[in-house]
Design a protein around this ligand. Structure first.
Ligand code: IPE
Ligand code: IPE
Ligand code: MG
Length: 239
């Protein structure tokens, strides 16, 4: 696991955007853009593992994406199921454990079952965490954490004063994971789209016009080279 970089993100998060436009540019249905996007997922997982990233979060499906036409949603759920089916062995071989964040209870039972199976099978793997954001919304995550902590206060397991940033962070779906160091968004949109709102407080942002299906190994290395040059001050002054 050697890396050509002097520093790499511990936690890399990616907003995989632009599948629809990739297909449209070719006169193809949007769904073909999504299936092509799966190839970019494979290459990103592989390269991240190779260079020693510890946590890779991929924004695969947002809470808002449920509002897309049913045919597109169904196709995305089928792709998720097939990806999990095919990749399980690859994850095992590469010592990668799967996790998920989001309201996964909304997923169709077939995809959810596969997700739970692969999470269980890969849970002992230590090489990298592949964290899929599925039916994920950052605000929903924060509200849910607040409800959880309020319930614990009512049960007198916790006092309001004990709720600090650390405690709040542990009530999020990402409990136990470090905050993202770098968030990449493909397809040029300069927004977070409700992704990791709490956790992104000090993340470096990298936006590339490249559409997700075209985001290959070289594009990832370019983003990491850019990150390497960032001066992360966290409100302080440079050394
Ligand atoms: C990203 O590509 C995939 C998902 C959001 C599920 P899009 O489907 O958003 O592609 P564009 O943004 O329409 O090009
Ligand atoms: C964000 O992309 C969600 C995912 C990449 C899964 P969208 O395409 O849904 O976001 P907007 O609509 O451009 O903000
Ligand atoms: Mg989009």
């Amino acid at each position: 696991m050697t890396t050509p970089f002097s520093k790499i993100p511990t936690h890399l998060a990616v907003i995989m955007d632009g599948n629809g436009r990739w297909a449209k540019q070719r006169g193809l249905p949007r769904i073909l853009g999504h299936s092509q996007g799966v190839k970019a997922v494979r290459s990103t997982v592989q390269t991240s593992r190779e260079i020693g990233i510890q946590v890779l979060t991929l924004f695969a499906f947002s809470q808002e994406n449920w509002q897309r036409p049913a045919a597109e949603v169904n196709a995305l759920m089928d792709l998720l199921h097939d990806y999990l089916d095919k990749e399980c062995e690859e994850l095992m071989q590469n010592n990668i454990s799967l996790r998920a964040i989001g309201d996964t209870s909304r997923l169709p039972s077939k995809a959810l079952k596969r997700l739970q199976d692969v999470i269980a099978v890969t849970s002992g793997n230590q090489g990298m965490i592949l964290n899929l954001a599925l039916s994920y919304g950052g605000r929903a995550e924060i509200v849910r954490a607040a409800q959880h902590l309020a319930r614990r206060c009512l049960a007198q397991e916790l006092t309001p004063e004990q709720i600090d940033e650390q405690c709040f962070s542990q009530a999020l779906w990402t409990a136990g994971l470090p905050d993202p160091d770098l968030i990449i968004r493909t397809s040029g949109e300069m927004r977070l789209s409700n992704f990791l709102l709490f956790q992104a407080a000090y993340a470096e942002l990298y936006v590339t016009p490249v559409l997700w299906p075209d985001f290959d190994r070289d594009e990832l290395l370019k983003a990491l080279a850019d990150y390497e040059r960032r001066d992360r001050r966290f409100g302080r002054v440079s050394d």
